[in-house]
Design a binder for this molecule. Structure first.
Ligand code: AKG
Ligand code: FE2
Length: 340
């Protein structure tokens, strides 16, 4: 077995020391370069590349008033016990009507502006085959900050995890451009250097995402990661992605790869395995994906390159240190967030 194909284990999960392999080296570049590398690890059908389909036009929208937007971002979204049980059993959930079309399309316009500034090109057709990413946007942009620190989302994250209080790990504006292939199979525990399993990511599409645009797709059962714990991660090719999908297919793992209607928002646990299809449409697939963790959590002792440029999200925190910097604000409950 070469260094590149050694199994990668998370010490706090497997209860053993992580093996020192060269993915243990820190990631030296930015998070955009990380995504450029990361999508090369996905297996894609050769004949998948080709003509793009026109996406359905975006619905008409009116910009919401500030009051209406603030209300919908802060009012609680009540979960049923069945929904909470589903999340804890399956490791993900898709919720309907979390935000209004007006609010989401208003956000999309702003994200299009930020993304096109970052690459100096038009979105929705002007950039091909890439996975664009921006992070820490909430620090600079008022509208993104409202969504990232939304009490509705913070409470949903805390309620799904069953913890009293959550902090932000980071925000992520993700745009899968026309022609970009699959997102490789992974679980986020592999990416986040957090020494806890109380971690959840909300994936907020800012447009309807039909199957051909590459909706996030989730393997059912929070235990599914156990099937692939010993599959060796390789940093140079698509073999990890291919082996994971082979194991899942042979084991009959059910995958929810259905479309997202406008207003649908998903939450996935850091142990949930997920992937996303290629974007075969001429529209950019733009989402806001934010990660929260239980207040009190610490960093792991040793992060790997799969965590990307994580120091940006935990500035100055030593290995094993408690993560509670000013860029990790409490997002629920509001009383605590005011004093933090
Ligand atoms: O948007 C994607 O294709 C992948 C996103 C993802 O893996 C995540 O938000 O955890
Ligand atoms: Fe992920």
């Amino acid at each position: 077995m070469t260094d590149e194909t050694m199994p990668v284990r998370n010490p706090h999960l497997a209860g053993e020391n992580a093996r020192r392999v060269d993915i243990d080296q820190p990631w030296e570049q930015g998070n955009q370069e990380w995504w450029d590398w990361y999508v090369t690890l996905a297996e894609n059908d050769e004949d998948d590349a080709g003509t793009l389909q026109a996406a359905p036009p975006l619905p008409e929208a009116r910009s919401p008033t500030r009051e209406a937007l603030d209300r919908e971002l802060s009012e609680p979204y009540d979960l049923t016990q069945d929904q909470i049980d589903f999340f804890r059993r399956e490791g993900f959930i898709k919720l309907k009507h979390v935000f209004s079309s007006n609010a989401l399309l208003h956000l999309r316009k702003e994200l299009v502006r930020l993304l096109s500034d970052s690459v100096d090109a038009e979105l929705d057709g002007g950039v091909r085959d890439r996975f664009l990413s921006l992070d820490m946007v909430w620090l600079e942009n008022d509208l993104v900050r409202k969504f990232v620190l939304s009490a509705r989302i913070g409470k949903l994250a805390a309620d799904l995890l069953g913890v009293a209080s959550v902090r932000l790990y980071h925000d992520n504006v993700l745009s899968k451009e026309p022609g970009c292939g699959r997102t490789p199979w992974h679980y986020d525990d592999h990416h986040f250097p957090l020494a806890t399993n109380d971690v959840v990511t909300v994936w907020i599409p800012t447009q309807p995402i039909p199957r051909e645009m590459g909706p996030l797709a989730f393997a059912e059962s929070i235990e599914t990661y156990r099937l692939v714990e010993t599959v060796p991660f390789t940093k140079f090719d698509t073999s990890y992605d291919r082996r994971v999908s082979d194991v899942f297919r042979k084991a009959g793992v059910v995958v929810d790869d259905g479309p997202f209607d406008l207003g649908d928002v998903s939450f996935h646990h850091n142990l949930n395995f997920h992937t996303a299809g290629p974007n075969h449409t001429s529209q950019s697939r733009i989402v806001l994906s934010n990660t929260f963790f239980a207040d009190g959590a610490r960093l792991v002792d040793q992060a790997t390159m799969v965590s990307g440029d994580w120091k940006k999200f935990a500035p100055g925190v030593p290995p094993g240190g408690r993560l509670a910097t000013p860029v990790n604000p409490v997002c629920w409950p509001p009383e605590k967030s005011r004093i933090s």
